[in-house]
Design a protein around this ligand. Sequence first.
Ligand code: SF4
Length: 163
Amino acid sequence: MIFMEKKLEIAGWKKTSCDDGPGMRSVLFLQGCSMNCAGCHNKIAQKKGNGELWDVAEIADSIIQQCHNKRLTISGGEPLEQWQELKELIAMLAERNFDICIYTGWNKEEVPDEVFQMVNYVKCGSFAADLKSDNIHYVGSSNQRMFKRETSGEWVELKLQIG
Ligand code: SF4
């Protein structure tokens, strides 16, 4: 039987960022988002097929080599549109005790429970141009919300700082 390695379509990589979730983090951008928000900050990552296809294990190796503090944000595009493949990557990184934050445009109620079982932070909600803000930490518009899994396993909403 031929084993087919799962692949993720990638839009880009940022080795360090202080804007994409708590603490200094590396950011993996996945390609493809069907939400088409007006004023999208990353329009180039919307169209599926415009990114690079990478084997999941290859991505995991590259992240392990480059992200030394083990804090990773996965953004896009819309990462949850590739969830079946993405969860394999997250499982590989979880074995190395990575702290994972997902940036999704989906509302909290739309995010599968499985996501909350596998990651540490989830930023929920699509970008709303009429609620755009340049000074709320970690988000681009005031409707977006950030959730954190406590060590107890309980999920809490973070009160995002302004300024
Ligand atoms: S969810 Fe994000 S990537 Fe997708 S269209 Fe909206 S702003 Fe752009």
